[in-house]
Design a protein around this ligand. Sequence first.
Ligand SMILES: O=C([O-])CC(=O)C(=O)O
Ligand SMILES: [Mg+2]
Length: 217
Amino acid sequence: MTLVSGRDGLPAGQALLLERLARIDFPTLGHLLEDGFVSPAIRRLGLPRRMIGIASTLALDTPDAGAVNRAILELGPADVLVIDAGGAPSHAVIGAVTVAALHARGASGVLVDGVVTDIDALADPGSGICVHARGTSCLTTKRLGGEGGRRQVPVEVGGVRIDPGDLVLGDANGVIALRPQVLASVLDAAEETDAREPALLRAIADGEDPRTLLHLG
Ligand SMILES: O=C([O-])CC(=O)C(=O)O
Ligand SMILES: [Mg+2]
């Protein structure tokens, strides 16, 4: 399964890092790291099941649909649009139309500290864009002129500071956002952990003493 759409436009090192991370079980990273874990109040609300990509940030100061649309048009390959909707906490900033536009831009996903709408369209696996947000609303943003946001600034999403260029990984368990170097530093260990787990699960199912398997014996 290709998770990193549009990765052909990326530097080789970054594309390889994203490819390797895409094969990791994301919660495995939780065994190895303490920082970068977005609040569980932000949940996966759309399908496909996972997203992985490069943070492209928007700090939304007013409920301005124009600012969101502008940001979407500026997205590059494999970007995850990260919206801090602190200036519009009750207005849905993403919905069926914006998700279709994100998909057309080759984006990998969208992460919103705020709410979204058109949930049935977002939950359709064919939407092509994995959406994480705090919840849903029928109240949406309006076209206010497009000046209501700041692009590519550090934002805070679910208690985590996210800088443009950070990597964003999300699935049904939650979202992780960290510097590429931090994720690269635990990649070997994460791959080893994932490689060991099937044998461990088999051994437990086969009745081996869990005290030994779980290092308690
Ligand atoms: O208007 C909005 O903020 C989001 C929306 O409904 C859409 O993208 O379809
Ligand atoms: Mg809509």
